[in-house]
Write a protein that binds this ligand. Structure first.
Ligand code: FES
Length: 106
């Protein structure tokens, strides 16, 4: 079963896609050419170019920031907020159907 995700761009534009579970939200973003999500390191937590702000309504379901992700978030471009995550660390899952992610302004 696919899940729907919407990326909200800094200019207010939105990109929505139905994606397969099991991939990261960074992989899904790059597959759908979401501007501002680069995923330079391929998801191994060494670039922080997959920074997103998770919609507050979805924070609990997207899980906790791990220790190394926390360190890397300090190096991410765009404002770090309490809702900041590296999207390579969020796995697509049917429970996240309807997820909304904001692409930070840089
Ligand atoms: S893709 Fe490099 S840290 Fe997420």
């Amino acid at each position: 079963m696919k899940m729907n995700v919407t990326w909200i761009l800094p200019d207010g534009g939105e990109i929505s896609a139905a994606i397969d579970p099991g991939q990261s939200l960074m992989e899904a973003a790059t597959a759908h050419d979401v501007p501002g999500i680069v995923g330079e390191c391929g998801g191994c937590l060494s670039c922080a170019s997959c920074h997103v702000h998770v919609d507050e309504a979805w924070l609990a379901k997207t899980g906790e920031v791990e220790e190394f992700e926390d360190v890397m978030l300090d190096m991410a471009s765009g404002e770090r907020k309490s809702t900041s995550r590296l999207s390579c660390q969020i796995e697509a899952h049917p429970d996240l159907d309807g997820l909304r992610l904001y692409v930070p302004e840089v």
